[in-house]
Each structure stands twice: as structure tokens, then as C-alpha cells.
Design a protein around this ligand. Structure first.
Ligand SMILES: Cc1ncc(C[n+]2csc(CCOP(=O)(O)OP(=O)(O)O)c2C)c(N)n1
Ligand SMILES: [Mg+2]
Length: 544
């Protein structure tokens, strides 16, 4: 349907985003995109302006993971775009749908040495599903629809659309109204015979497992995976950590994985997180089945395990789950094995119950994390954010919440604080608890300003060991204490930094202060930083 209204490309962009149901844009201003800021004045879309482009991307990433809707980011061209690109990697590896809209030098000056002219699409190409540059004002609305559709299709992920300033300023009378089919990605269904065969193979196996990728751990994914486990009687385990099967939230899972005789990769990449499917991580004769939306991933698995990959289906994960559930009559419950896998995943060393720091004035990481579970359990909609090195591993080991945002398979640190802001945008009411290291906190600490200004409350719990401890531990293990250099930091009062921004700040140096401090922070209604002095210990180990 066409309506004849003459307007700028920037207006067409905003109209298209409104039609797509976008409610909020995470942004940072710049010459190239001020026309879009102007167009947004007359729209219902909230402009949430931030203090760093990478932080804006991380906020959109957390929003996308929690809502299932694409996060939308708007930054300026050249350096603004370059700053944003680094954060796309985390979203890409976490299969998080988002669209980075970047201003861009005008098309009619390209190659002439225009202001902030760089090859932006090429720069973003390796960390996105697609990256391109709009050719004219008339093309903008259609490009936006394609970007949103692509971000959601198949294996979800980030997309970059570059918007040259002449396309944004230029007049367009296309007045294109987006239709539902312009926005919805087309799903690739799994073949019913393949679904039945997969369920039969899992039924026939003695110790079958279904491994799901990061998309399976988003709120929508968790519900579907639980339904699949229930219907087929086969343990379903989601993986989203760079430590793979050694993710501390999976307890002693590695022990049962090493016994599996048939593994269905359900959108789970056969990558470094599962040691490329090789023994001893898997038995040498373990059979693999795979459902994946990307041929490239199927090829990768074939290359890794050869003929042990006995059945593949090129299909989208969520419709495939429904297809598998529909074949439940062919399933066989593996009750004992399921209980064994669940017990392994739930395993935590008994000694943790009495874990104490070895010196006064600081907490054992378990003493920092454990009290937070009560807060997470107090509300079914509570969100747990985890980021950082060793402290992140301790938090993942000790805490669980059905709505969780972690730094993910990309293993990049620094997103924790912006994740907390994005989570608060997605969840207006329930507690948002974000555990991170002192190094991690520093990356985007100034976003506390954004949080205070926009009234986005959360509790950031900073495990302060005055170190980049994860790397320090590598130095200790591999090079010796006498060669440990370059990973030390000062024991700073991050709580006072928070107070200076008008946020809530607490300094915790003893275990019994932990929960009262968090409760005061929650009661303040402000964004908060609980700066917790901890003993910098190596990440937890789970061998039973
Ligand atoms: C963007 C990025 N830079 C560097 C690293 C390497 N790295 C991983 S963990 C870590 C230390 C993190 O320190 P902190 O947040 O204080 O947590 P800690 O390990 O001390 O508990 C570093 C530097 C990384 N993973 N990502
Ligand atoms: Mg640290």
C-alpha cells in the first residue's frame, strides 16, 4: 500500500521502525544521524541516548535476548560505527537479533575523502549476518524491513545497515507502508520424516543427549526446550558459555557428556565449546544428529566428526522443536539417565556451604554470590546478568534464574553494566542483579549516568579483587608467580564512583553485610553499585 507523502529518508526510516513495532532505540548522536534524531521527535519511539556506542549495542543485545524482539541501535558514521562494531561480536556469538543503524558518509561523496568516510559495511561484515549501505532515500524503508527480517531469520544475530547522509536528508515520496510479510522472516521447517527418525534414534540410544545453543537459553527457548525434554524423555542441555561443557552452571556435566552415545545438536555449533566433538569429551563412537539453520554449521560438524554425523536436517530450531514434540509417540523415556544428567548438572561441591575467605576484610566469591539467590527467587521475572572473568564463573556456578544474560560464547568482557540497563528496559519491574568483576565494571562505568538519568534501576555487584584475575590465574599456572605482571589493578571504591553519578553505592567487606546491602540498594529504587572486596580465587572446578 502506498501513501503519497513527501518526506526525508530519515522520516521514512522512523516510520518503518514504528511499523515494525520498534519501541526504543539505543543511540549516540553524531553529525551523520542528526536527521534521524530530528525525525524521532515526532514519533512514539523512545530515544535512549548512551555514553558509548559499544554500550548502546550491549543494551540492545540484552533487550533482544530477553524480549525476543530485535534490539535497534543508532550511531554516527566513521568512529561511532567503529566503536559499535566491537560489541556486535558478543551479540553474534550469543545469537541475539539486533540491527545496527550507522550514519555514513554521503553516497555522492564516496571516494572523495568525505568526512569520516570508511568502508563501514566491510568493517562490520565479519561480525554480522549481513551488512550493507542504503543507496537512496527511496530505498531506506525497504532496507530497514530487510535488516529486521534478517536479524530474526534462521540463526538470529546482528545486522548492520549503513545510512548515507544524503539518503537520510533526501526526499522520498515512496511513503512505503510495511506489510507483515515484509518484516517476518520465512522459517525453514524440518522435514517430518527427519523429525521422526531423529526421535527414533534418540529413543534407541542408551544415553542420548540434546545439546542446544545460546538461542535455546533465551526465555522463549528455555520453555520450548523444557517441553522437548518432557515430551521425548531425553536430557536437553543448553550451552551459552565460552567455557562450554565446563560452564560452572553446568556443574559436573562434562562427566555425563563423556558417556553419551547419541547427541542431537539442536542449533548447537560443534565448535571449541564442545572440543569439536572429539574424544575424550565425547566417546569415540558417539553418534551425532544435527538440526541447524545454517549449511555452514552442518559442513563444519561433518568436517569435525565425519561419518559419525549420521543425520542432518537444515531447518530452523524452534519449528524443529515443535516437529520433534509432534513425534513424541516414537520417543522412549530415559528416566534413570535423565536423572543422572540432571544430578550432574546440579552438582556443586558440598564444601561451598562453608566457604570462607582466607583473610579478614574480604569475602570468598561464594559468599558474594550465594545471598543473591534469595533476591532472584523472590520474583519469577527477576533477571540475572553475569560478566567478568573468574568472578563471572563463580556467579554462574552459584546463581540461577530463568531469565539470564551472560557475556556468552564470544567470551568478551565489559558488557555487564550496559546489559543491566538493557535488561531493565526489557523488564520494568522485577529485580535486575548484575554480577561482574572490577575490571569488567570499568569498561562502561559511565553508563551509570545513563541509568540514573533514565531511571533504569539495577544492582551491580562488583567482585573487587583488584586484578584481572582470570588472566592472573593463567600467569600463575603457566608462567609462575614471579612472572605475574600486568594484571594488577588498584582496589578502588567503585561504590563512590556510583554515588558521584547519583546512583546508590555500598562497600561490603564482610559476608554478613552482603544481603542487607543489596536490600538497601533495591529499596533505594536507584541504579546501584555494591562494591564487594573479594579474595581473587581461581574459577570453580567440578571434578567429583
Ligand atoms: C574484551 C575482552 N578483553 C579482554 C579479555 C580477556 N579477559 C578475560 S577475563 C579477564 C579478566 C576480567 O577481570 P575482572 O572483570 O576483574 O574479573 P576477574 O577475573 O578479576 O574476576 C580478561 C582481561 C576478554 N575476554 N575480553
Ligand atoms: Mg577482578
Amino acid at each position: 500500500m502506498l501513501t503519497k507523502t513527501k518526506s526525508r529518508g530519515a522520516d521514512a526510516l522512523v516510520r518503518a521502525l514504528e511499523q515494525a513495532g520498534v519501541k526504543r532505540i539505543f543511540a549516540l548522536s553524531g553529525n551523520h544521524v542528526m536527521s534521524v534524531f530530528d525525525a524521532l521527535v515526532d514519533s512514539r519511539i523512545e530515544l535512549l541516548h548512551t555514553r558509548h556506542e559499544a554500550a548502546a549495542v550491549h543494551m540492545a543485545d540484552a533487550w533482544a535476548r530477553l524480549t525476543g524482539e530485535p534490539g535497534v541501535v543508532l550511531v554516527t558514521g566513521g568512529p561511532g560505527h567503529a566503536n559499535a562494531v566491537s560489541a556486535l561480536y558478543t551479540a553474534q556469538m550469543s545469537e541475539s537479533p539486533l540491527v545496527l543503524l550507522s550514519g555514513h558518509a554521503p553516497n555522492d561523496q564516496l571516494g572523495m575523502g568525505a568526512f569520516q568516510e570508511i568502508r563501514q559495511a566491510e568493517m562490520a561484515a565479519t561480525v554480522t549476518k549481513a551488512a550493507w549501505t542504503s543507496q537512496s532515500a527511496d530505498a531506506v524503508a525497504g532496507d530497514v524491513a530487510r535488516a529486521l527480517r534478517t536479524a530474526l531469520a534462521g540463526r538470529a544475530g546482528p545486522v548492520n545497515l549503513n545510512l548515507p547522509s544524503d539518503a537520510l536528508h533526501g526526499a522520498t515520496d515512496s511513503g512505503r507502508t510495511l506489510r507483515k510479510e515484509d518484516l517476518a522472516p520465512e522459517a525453514t521447517p524440518v522435514d517430518a520424516t527427519a523429525a521422526k527418525t531423529i526421535v527414533e534414534r534418540l529413543a534407541r540410544a542408551q544415553r542420548p543427549l540434546v545439546l542446544a545453543g545460546p538461542a535455546g537459553l533465551m526465555p522463549r527457548g528455555r520453555t520450548r526446550l523444557a517441553a522437548l525434554e518432557e515430551a521425548c524423555g531425553v536430557p536437553v542441555v543448553g550451552m551459552e558459555s565460552p567455557r562450554g561443557m565446563a560452564d560452572p552452571c553446568l556443574g559436573a556435566f562434562a562427566e555425563v557428556l563423556a558417556q553419551a552415545d547419541c547427541v542431537l545438536l539442536l542449533g548447537k555449533r560443534l565448535d571449541f565449546t564442545v572440543k569439536f566433538g572429539q574424544p575424550p569429551t565425547f566417546p569415540a563412537d558417539c553418534e551425532f544428529l544435527q538440526i541447524d539453520p545454517e549449511e555452514e554449521e552442518i559442513d563444519r560438524a561433518r568436517h569435525a566428526v565425519g561419518a559419525r554425523l549420521t543425520l542432518v536436517a537444515h531447518a530452523d530450531v524452534f519449528p524443529a522443536i515443535d516437529a520433534l514434540i509432534a513425534e513424541r509417540h516414537a520417543a522412549r523415556p530415559h528416566t534413570a539417565w535423565l536423572a543422572e544428567v540432571r544430578a550432574a548438572v546440579a552438582y556443586r561441591p558440598a564444601a561451598w556451604a562453608s566457604a570462607r575467605a582466607s583473610r579478614p576484610g574480604c569475602l570468598h566469591p561464594v559468599e558474594l554470590a550465594r545471598p543473591l539467590q534469595a533476591v532472584l527467587d523472590s520474583d519469577p521475572d527477576a533477571v540475572l546478568v553475569v560478566d567478568g572473568g573468574e568472578i563471572g564463573q563463580w556467579a554462574q556456578a552459584c546463581l540461577n534464574a530463568p531469565r539470564r544474560v551472560i557475556n556468552g560464547v564470544g567470551g568478551s568482557i565489559g558488557a555487564g553494566l550496559p546489559f543491566a540497563l538493557g535488561a531493565r528496559c526489557a523488564e520494568p519491574r522485577a529485580p535486575v542483579i548484575a554480577v561482574m568483576g572490577d575490571g569488567t565494571f570499568g569498561f562502561h562505568a559511565v553508563e551509570l549516568d545513563t541509568a540514573v538519568t533514565r531511571k533504569l534501576a539495577f544492582v551491580a555487584v562488583v567482585g573487587n579483587d583488584a586484578r584481572w584475575n582470570a588472566e592472573y590465574q593463567i600467569q600463575l599456572r603457566e608462567y609462575g608467580a614471579e612472572r605475574a605482571r600486568g594484571c594488577e589493578m588498584r582496589e578502588l571504591r567503585y561504590d563512590r564512583i556510583a554515588q558521584a553519578f547519583g546512583a546508590w553505592g555500598e562497600h561490603v567487606t564482610a559476608a554478613d553485610e552482603m544481603l542487607p546491602a543489596v536490600r538497601r540498594a533495591l529499596a533505594s529504587g536507584l541504579p546501584a553499585c555494591i562494591n564487594v572486596a573479594i579474595e581473587g580465587l581461581a574459577a570453580p572446578q567440578f571434578a567429583r
